[in-house]
Design a protein around this ligand. Structure first.
Ligand code: ATP
Ligand code: MG
Ligand code: MG
Ligand code: MG
Length: 345
C-alpha cells in the first residue's frame, strides 16, 4: 500500500519563494511507487489549493502555484476526512514553521513531518528561544528585544538603551522569521535607526544582539526521543554576513563539509546541539546553528525547526555526508512523523 502524502508548501510568509523552490526538489525526490503525493499550495494570501495526485515531478515552480479546485475549505475537509496518511509542512517562517499549521494538524489528528506545536512556536520566536536556551545553560550572545510600540514611543531613548546594553556592532532581526529576511548589521546610531525600521516591516517584535566575530558552524539533528547528529558543517559567507542574497541568489557562499574541528570540539558541539534540541522539546528534525568564537567557545545562535531543504541546502548536505541521501532523508522524516503520532496515541 502506498503512503498518501499531503505536501504543503508556499505559505503566507516572507519565505514563500524558498518553500516553492524546495517543494520542486522534494517532488522530484519522492518515489512515486511508494507515495501518492498530493501537492497543496498555500498562496501568499493564505489560500490553500490541492492539485490532485501528482503524476510526475513538478517541472517548474510555476506549475506548483496551483489555483482553483475549491480552495482552503476543500483542503481542510480533505484533511479532516483523513485523506492523507501524513502531511509534510514544507513551510518556513510565520504561518507554517511557527506551530500554527502544526496545531491545525494536531486538532485534525493528522500525522505531520517535523516539530510539534511547542517546539515550532518557541523556535520561531528568537527571543523566547534564547530565553529557553539560557535556562538550559547554553552560552549565547547578549541580546535584548523591543516591540514596535516601545520603539515608536521614543526612538532616541531606545537607541541609547541598545547602544549602552548591546554596543557595536549589533545585529537587528525580526523576532519571527528566517532566511536572514529583514536582518541588518549595524555599526552606529544611524545604521541602527534604519535597521530597526527595516526589521519592523516584518514583525511587531525585534531582537537586537551583540555582533560576534566567529566561525559559523551548523549541525543537523534527526530523531524524536533519540535524536542523532549529522556530520558538522561550516558556512563561509563571502560577504559581511550570511544574508538572504548569499543564501538563495549569489550561491557563492562556501559550505565546508565536514567542518575542520578537533574531535573534542565535535563532541562538545554535538552535546550542545542535543541539549538545545531537548530544551525546546524538538522532534523530527532541526538544524542547530552555532558561532565558534576566536577564543574557541561555542555560542548557540539558533535552531531552525524547518531548515532550508533544497538538495543544495546545508541540512540535506550534512546528512548526505553522513550517508543519508536526499530521498532517504525525506523518507526518514516521514517515518519519524508516523512514529511520533503512534507513540502519542
Ligand atoms: P536562517 O533561519 O536562514 O538560518 P535567520 O533569518 O534565522 O536565518 P540568523 O541565522 O539568526 O537568521 O542570522 C543570519 C546570519 O547573520 C547568520 O548566519 C550570521 O552570518 C549573521 N549573524 C546573525 N547574528 C549574528 C551575531 N549575533 N553576530 C554575528 N553574526 C550574526
Ligand atoms: Mg533561523
Ligand atoms: Mg529558518
Ligand atoms: Mg541561521
Amino acid at each position: 500500500m502506498k503512503t498518501k502524502l499531503g505536501l504543503l508548501y508556499g505559505g503566507k510568509s516572507a519565505e514563500h519563494n524558498v518553500s516553492l523552490q524546495t517543494a520542486k526538489a522534494v517532488t522530484a525526490a519522492l518515489d512515486l511507487n511508494k507515495f501518492d503525493v498530493y501537492p497543496v499550495y498555500i498562496s501568499i494570501d493564505g489560500i490553500w489549493t490541492e492539485g490532485g495526485k501528482l503524476e510526475a515531478p513538478a517541472a517548474s515552480i510555476e506549475e506548483l502555484q496551483l489555483t482553483g479546485n475549491g480552495g482552503t475549505e476543500h483542503v481542510l475537509s480533505m484533511l479532516a476526512q483523513g485523506k492523507y496518511d501524513v502531511v509534510f509542512p514544507l513551510l518556513h517562517g510565520p504561518n507554517g514553521e511557527d506551530g500554527t499549521v502544526q496545531g491545525l494538524l494536531e486538532v485534525l489528528n493528522v500525522p505531520y513531518v517535523g516539530n510539534g506545536v511547542l517546539a515550532s512556536s518557541a523556535g520561531m520566536d528568537k527571543v523566547i528561544m534564547k530565553n529557553v536556551f539560557a535556562q538550559a545553560g547554553l552560552k549565547q550572545v547578549g541580546y535584548t528585544h523591543m516591540t514596535r510600540a516601545q520603539w515608536e514611543e521614543n526612538k532616541e531613548e531606545a537607541c541609547k538603551t541598545i547602544e549602552s546594553g548591546i554596543g557595536w556592532p549589533c545585529f537587528v532581526k525580526p523576532a519571527n522569521l528566517g532566511s536572514s529576511v529583514g536582518i541588518s548589521k549595524c555599526q552606529d546610531r544611524n545604521g541602527l535607526m534604519n535597521a530597526m525600521e527595516e526589521a519592523f516591516q516584518f514583525d511587531r517584535k525585534v531582537i537586537i544582539e551583540e555582533g560576534v566575530t566567529a566561525r559559523e558552524i551548523e549541525v543537523g539533528i534527526l530523531g524524536n526521543d533519540h535524536p542523532a547528529c549529522s556530520v558538522i558543517g561550516e558556512i563561509v559567507p563571502k560577504k559581511d554576513f550570511y544574508d538572504y542574497k548569499a543564501k538563495y541568489e549569489d550561491g557563492d557562499t562556501a559550505l565546508i563539509i565536514p567542518a575542520d574541528l578537533t574531535e573534542e570540539q565535535k563532541r562538545e558541539m554535538e552535546e550542545l546541539a542535543i541539549r538545545a534540541f531537548r530544551s525546546l522539546d524538538c522532534s523530527g528534525l532541526v538544524r542547530a546553528d552555532f558561532f565558534l568564537t576566536e577564543s574557541g567557545g561555542f555560542l548557540i545562535n539558533e535552531v531552525n525547526t524547518m531548515p532550508g531543504f533544497t538538495p543544495f541546502s546545508m541540512f540535506p548536505l550534512l546528512w548526505k555526508e553522513a550517508g543519508v541521501s536526499y530521498p532517504q532523508l525525506i523518507e526518514k522524516m516521514i517515518d519519524l512523523a508516523i512514529e511520533r503520532h503512534t507513540e502519542k496515541q
